[in-house]
Design a protein around this ligand. Sequence first.
Ligand code: ATP
Ligand code: MG
Length: 361
Amino acid sequence: MSARHRFTIAAVPADGVGTEVVDATRTALAELARRGPEPFEITWREFDWGSHYYAEHGRMMPEDGLDRLRDMDAIFFGAVGWPTVPDHVSLWGLRLAICQGFDQWANIRPVRFLPGVRSPLRGTQGAQDRALDWVVIRENSEGEYAGLGGRNLSARGPGHEVAVQSALFTEAGCERIVRYAFDLARTRQRPKVTGVTKSNAQQYGMVLWDEVFDRVAEEYPDVEAERVLVDAMAARFVLQPESLSVVVASNLHADILSDLGSALAGSLGVAASANLNPERRFPSMFEPVHGSAPDIAGQGVANPIGAFGSAALMLDHLGLRAAAAALEAAIAETTGAGALTPDIGGTATTDEVTKALVDRL
Ligand code: ATP
Ligand code: MG
């Protein structure tokens, strides 16, 4: 096997169902490597970080955590968050630390209908019999999650606290993500980009974003471009899903819209994502969109489909196009054959869905 087909991947399962879906994914990838359309070899390095690590060490990952990940070909992440650690601590201490530390500025979240998965949109006018197929692109390095602001700014005592939460938008940051969206749109059946902001109410950063969007759009006359306000966009997702192809938005807006998108596709459990450092200076990270789901963790019923889809994005990123396509096809055949976890209307366990997928590779 050539070095081009050998990879070292970090597994960071972290919390709750994260560990269950990462296990399932490793099983699926091992079979795909063995029986799939192109040979490849993954050496996994497992990192036991997360909320249990926090309980012992008072931090979500070791101080030199990023250094340990730096030479990996990719990072496969489970989910972060557990009731014993404040959400903002666990998120910033691990997932956002990796995203920001490795400048993974493009978060790619494909949303599509899977065969056999019920969607709240299916059967509604407009979405009927249509193959919903979007990619939500989320700016992943600045915006509302730049961590700017502070508390206790008021000197007037209890009951008068003031908190400021600022958003950071740079022209370069807006431009690279918008350009990414237009480049991606060119590769799609429907070359269209919808830019989303709230520039009527937020007059600095979001107006800058809109201006950059319009300027970049002019360079892509072959790609249809439109701008929509985020509130109207939420309604569009539900009422005119067929009008969208690539959607690009800020860190916060795209986070919310992509959760809405995955719910429309059937469940948070089926949504895949990639956090890319497109320059490939640092490793990129692949993870299901869902969180640690404490309500179902440990029961063996977590939906692994979102993690499988994220693995397909990872294979594609590693240049294993045929293997990625084979995995995608097996995912669709698995759901189409009715191997479904409870969140999408079935009774199958995580292991049963994994086995059903492996049988179809
Ligand atoms: P986060 O803050 O990390 O995004 P969250 O609060 O949005 O997490 P999730 O952990 O994503 O919450 O869970 C939201 C709901 O979706 C829960 O009811 C959970 O059970 C369900 N869910 C999430 N992931 C899965 C999955 N893989 N399979 C089945 N159900 C899931
Ligand atoms: Mg969430």
